[in-house]
Ligand binder design. Structure first.
Ligand SMILES: Cc1cc2nc3c(=O)[nH]c(=O)nc-3n(C[C@H](O)[C@H](O)[C@H](O)COP(=O)(O)O)c2cc1C
Length: 370
């Protein structure tokens, strides 16, 4: 019977255990450059089988929040090189989550103060975090987006390809394509945000087209066995919605099955909320989703996330429903989460007021077990 603590693989990645640190935005990268303290933060958590970085913008246009890192300038990449070196020195593995926010942005964060881009000009009922001219931070409504012209899509695919190459050059073990939580690729997939009438809207096949083109580009660039993807079939995060998530995401995983990916990462339910959150007429069937992926020849690891504790993680891994389990909030406040899981030790409580933004406090100063 598989257990959480045994070594395993995810495509080309050899992992010390099945415990993954989920991607966690921390807004501690002024000018989108990871600072030395970010290397300390990830290094402290390097006993996880795999670290997934906070979402990282592939381009300036892909930016949607103040002080989140990027993957598109030399300075940003040098900052990440410090992180990957520190994690590798500590014996860990790390992939970067590649992010384009689409409509979840604000004009003040966009090139030349322009409108954020989206599949369709539908403003999300969502907020983002900006820094005002006087240096104070504020949560504000996202801006009205403009619909992407079909001629602009190859440029976005190219931004993903370039970012994947840059990630490998910066020492990452691989990349995770962020196709979850109501950001650009999820906005294309889900009907509530995509009302296009061209080849990228309407049918499921059309709505999945951009994600498939991005996958084609990045797997050709760096090899599929170090590429993973994150999806969130029913989350309402960032105003994301679809009436028929089961057929949509069944199609998505069947398309993904042809690549020989490192892993598929599925958020079960509402991200950070109820695991049984429902969109559409029936509860989402995650076992059927995994079965569809394997039946279509899908390889690599199946990673699950959302609201896991030791008991649920054991159960999912032992039953084979999950090959890897990603923990988010528990890793913020427990750098030694792997040890705490192993020893069934209690977890430090996280301080939500320091999740986003700030310095060392609530970032690198959580205590480990003696
Ligand atoms: C502070 C914070 C930041 C997050 N940032 C990201 C992110 O950058 N990318 C992403 O895909 N999910 C992000 N999430 C969602 C988490 O990865 C995870 O899905 C969620 O916290 C549920 O897992 P958990 O119950 O183990 O915390 C974030 C969650 C929190 C609490």
């Amino acid at each position: 019977m598989p257990t959480l603590f045994e070594p395993t693989t995810a495509g080309d990645l050899k992992l010390a255990n099945r415990i993954v640190m989920a991607p966690l935005t921390r807004n501690r990268s002024p000018r989108a450059v990871p600072k030395p303290i970010t290397a300390t933060y990830y290094e402290q958590r390097a006993t996880a089988g795999l670290l997934i970085t906070e979402a990282t913008a592939i381009s300036h246009q892909g930016q949607g929040y103040a002080d989140v890192p990027g993957l598109y300038s030399d300075e940003q990449l040098a900052g990440w090189k410090r992180v990957t070196d520190a994690v590798h020195k500590a014996g860990g593995k790390i992939v970067v989550q590649m992010w384009h926010v689409g409509r979840i942005s604000h004009t003040t964060l966009q090139p030349n103060g322009g409108a954020p881009v989206a599949p369709s000009a539908i403003r999300a009922n969502a907020k983002t975090y900006i820094i005002n001219a006087d240096g104070t931070g504020a949560m504000v409504d996202v801006s009205e987006p403009r619909a992407l012209d079909i001629d602009e899509l190859p440029g976005i695919v190219e931004d993903y390809r370039r970012a994947a190459r840059a990630a490998i050059d910066a020492g990452f073990d691989g990349v995770e394509l962020h196709s979850a939580n109501g950001y650009l690729l999820d906005q294309f997939l889900r009907s509530g945000s995509n009302t296009r009438t061209d080849a990228y809207g309407g049918s499921i096949e059309n709505r999945a087209r951009l994600m498939v083109e991005v996958m084609d580009a990045i797997t050709a660039e760096i090899g599929a066995r170090r590429v993973g993807i994150r999806i969130s079939p029913v989350t309402p995060a960032n105003d994301a919605s679809d009436d028929q998530p089961q057929p949509l995401f069944t199609y998505v995983v069947q398309k993904l099955a042809k690549y020989d990916l490192s892993y598929v990462h599925v958020i079960e339910g509402a991200t950070g909320g109820p695991r049984n959150h429902q969109q559409g007429s029936a509860p989402f069937d995650y076992v059927a989703l995994k079965t569809a992926y394997r039946a279509a020849g899908g390889k690599g690891a199946w990673m699950t996330n959302n609201g896991y504790d030791r008991e649920l993680a054991d159960q999912k891994v032992e039953s084979g429903e999950a090959d890897l389990v990603a923990f988010g909030r528990p890793f913020i406040s427990n750098p030694d989460l792997v040890r705490r899981l192993k020893e069934n030790a209690p977890w430090n409580e996280g301080d939500r007021s320091t999740y986003y933004g700030g310095g060392e406090h609530g970032y690198t100063d959580y205590p480990t077990l003696p």
